[in-house]
Structure formats: C-alpha cells, structure tokens
Write a protein that binds this ligand. Structure first.
Ligand code: G3I
Length: 350
C-alpha cells in the first residue's frame, strides 16, 4: 500500500483536524492548503515551489475523480494521484481526497448500472479500493460532493445521477460507511457549494444540506464535517445571518467545518487590477469572518493557488477579455490581498 510505503520511508502525515486553541477574541488558526494539478507540479517549478512553501495540505483538483481513476469498469489508474501523494510526502504536506461520490463527469460505463445490488457493490468497492490505498496518508475525504441540485424543490431533493437513480438517498450513507470501513481514522466530509449567499435559492441549499447532515448524524453514519466549497461570486452578497444560523445547527450536531474550494469569481468586478483584487479579498473576508465567528474552520483550502491555473475561465470569462484573478497568488506567483486575508485565519507555512 502507498501509505505504508511512504510511512516506511519516514514521510510525515499531518493531522488535518488539529486546530490551535483559540482564547477569547483570538482567531483559531486553520491549516491552509490548495487544490493542485499534477501536470503543473511536475512541469512548472515556480508553481511547485509556491505550493510547497505555502501549503500545509493539498488536494488533487481532478486526479482522484472517477473519470481519471476508473476509465473503465476493470481499470484503476492511480498514476496522477500517486504522483501528487509523493509530492506531498517529499514536502511534508498533508493530503485531502476529492471525491468519492459526485455526479460530475461520471464515466459512461456507469450508465449500464441499473440494479440496486450492482450499484451498491460498484460504489462500495470503488470507495474501499481508493480509500484503503491512501489510508493514513489522505486524512480527510470529500466523500459525497454536491449532492443537492442548484435550486432544490424540497429539502430532500437530490441531484439525478447513477447513484440516486439506483440507490436513492441511500447512496450517501452507503458511501460514508464504505469510506469509514476502509480507513476508520479518516475525517469524512459532506461537501457543497452555494451555501453562503443571500436569496431563496441559497436558503434552499442550506436547508437541504442540513437535512442530509441530520439524517446521517441521527442514524449514526460516520460524518465528521461539512465542507463549504466557497466559490464566491463578487456580484452576490454573503447572507451573514443565514449562514451563521446554518452553522449553529452544524455546531449543534458536533460537526467540524472546512472551507474546501475558496476562490472569488471576478467577472462582475472592474478591470482595474488593484480595485479588483481589493474587492476579491473583501468578499473572502466577509465570508471567512462570518464562518469563523460560529465555527472556526479546521482547514481552509483555495481551489488552486495561483491565477496561472484556475478552473474559473472555463465557465466564467470576463466581458472585457481580461484574465480572471480569483486566487491568492497572481499568475507570477506574487501574493495578492486575498492571501493576506487568508493568512489571518490560517497557519500557512510561509
Ligand atoms: O485532462 C483532459 C485533457 O487531456 C484534455 O485535453 C482536456 C480538454 O478539455 O480536458 C482535460 O480534462 C479536464 C480536467 O478538468 C483537467 O484539466 C476536463 O475536461 C475538465 O472537465 C476538468 O474540469 C474540472 C472540473 O472540476 C470537472 O472535473 C476542473 O479542472 C476542476 O477545477 C473542477 O473542480 C470542481 C470540483 O471538483 C467540485 N466543485 C466545483 C469545482 C469547480 O468547477
């Protein structure tokens, strides 16, 4: 197993759940990390140096997803993920895993799964194989990612995809139980986006997420934390009261909170770089301060570390054609005001 061979080589594993004790009025310090791309780590030394210098944990942006690991039913391809794990090991950086059950980009061979028994077997076997490979090394997993539709019709509404079609809502506890059985020490996370904004659609998202968490907790399913993705949009506002009420419910369930994919989509902001970077940082500050007041997050990850590598322009290009600036380092790896905001809440390695 990869974990045992890295451990045998004396490579450290960080406890991502560790949190500095915070006295009254003192900010608890989260672990800082970022989503990383294996090809960029291998081929771009400036990027690799920035990741190694600033991150205490990393998560593969795509290398652990089903389409990469399971190109077909018979094959498991861990090449990309293993290279990222080796990078983390070399640099003494912790590792998170993303993700085990997600509707996004499921390989087409899974369309042929139609029976409940087969679905349960394929999902559980996949999770057991992947989680046990990195047991002790990946200490925190986004087990279920984005289960809720963009505009849920009710708190029980779930996204249609292979696992809801075959297993209904049960795919969620099945996934968490399989992950816990493969690595009983891993922290298991339910990860979702659009939880923080003002508006009925976002309130619906919070209600649906609470309903899922409650069902899991009430039935003794091993759920340890809620992941707030926090893809923030500069033209929306943070519903501070709504978000904090949501977080108080999470706290009452004794769950931890992680910020898992922070970035700020800047399409609506002015072109001027200074003004734009300031507003991006302010958006993140408004969000992080609201969260930290109720539950200081144990981990804060951005979805990428540098504007050189970001998913944002794939979906959100700016009308003026300028490059997006959603992340804490600019394309030349220089820190932006967003990094200063994040550093208020984190123990970064820098
Ligand atoms: O690797 C292929 C490459 O061989 C091919 O030439 C190229 C052509 O399009 O595609 C490459 O794969 C792309 C992959 O990113 C690697 O860059 C996929 O098409 C593309 O769909 C994939 O997008 C990722 C997306 O999730 C879907 O998996 C984004 O990078 C990644 O940032 C994004 O991450 C998601 C989180 O998992 C969940 N939350 C939202 C977040 C942002 O959308």
């Amino acid at each position: 197993m990869l974990a045992s061979s890295l451990a045998a080589a004396g490579l450290p594993c960080l406890d991502l759940s560790a949190r500095a004790a915070a006295g009254p009025g003192v900010l608890a310090r989260a672990v800082y990390g970022a989503a990383v791309r294996g090809d960029a780590l291998a081929n771009d030394p400036a990027y690799a140096e920035a990741v190694a210098a600033r991150c205490r944990t990393i998560v593969p942006e795509g290398s652990l997803k089903w389409p990469v690991i399971r190109p077909n039913r018979e094959t498991f391809d861990f090449g990309d993920a293993d290279r990222i794990a080796a990078f983390a090991g070399r640099h003494g950086i912790g590792l998170r895993g993303h993700t085990l059950a997600w509707y996004g980009g499921m390989p087409s061979w899974t369309d042929a799964i139609t029976s409940r028994a087969e679905a349960e077997r394929v999902l559980s076997e996949h999770i057991e194989r992947v989680v046990s490979r990195y047991a002790g090394l990946i200490t925190s997993w986004d087990v279920v990612n984005e289960p809720i539709p963009d505009a849920p019709s009710s708190p029980g509404d779930l996204r249609p995809f292979v696992w809801t079609r075959t297993l209904g809502a049960d795919y969620i506890p099945i996934a968490f139980r399989a992950a816990a059985s493969a690595d009983p020490t891993a922290r298991l996370v339910l990860n979702e986006y659009d939880v923080e904004f003002a508006g009925a659609r976002f309130k619906g998202k919070r209600d649906a997420l609470l309903a899922i968490a409650r069902r899991l907790v009430d039935s003794g399913v091993p759920l340890h934390a809620i992941g707030l993705q926090a893809h923030l949009f500069a033209d929306r506002s943070i519903d501070r009261d709504g978000l904090q009420a949501f977080l108080r419910e999470i706290r009452a369930m004794k769950l931890d909170v992680l910020v898992t994919e922070l970035d700020v989509v800047d399409v609506s902001l002015p072109g001027d770089v200074e003004a734009r970077d300031r507003q991006v940082a302010e958006m993140a500050r408004a969000f992080l301060s609201a969260v930290a007041e109720v539950i200081p997050p144990s981990t804060i990850l951005t979805w990428g570390i540098s504007d050189r590598y970001t998913w944002v322009p794939t979906y959100f290009t700016r009308p003026d054609g300028l490059p997006n600036r959603p992340l804490p380092l600019d394309a030349a790896m220089r820190p932006k005001p967003l990094m200063a905001v994040i550093e208020r809440y984190t123990r970064s390695a820098s």
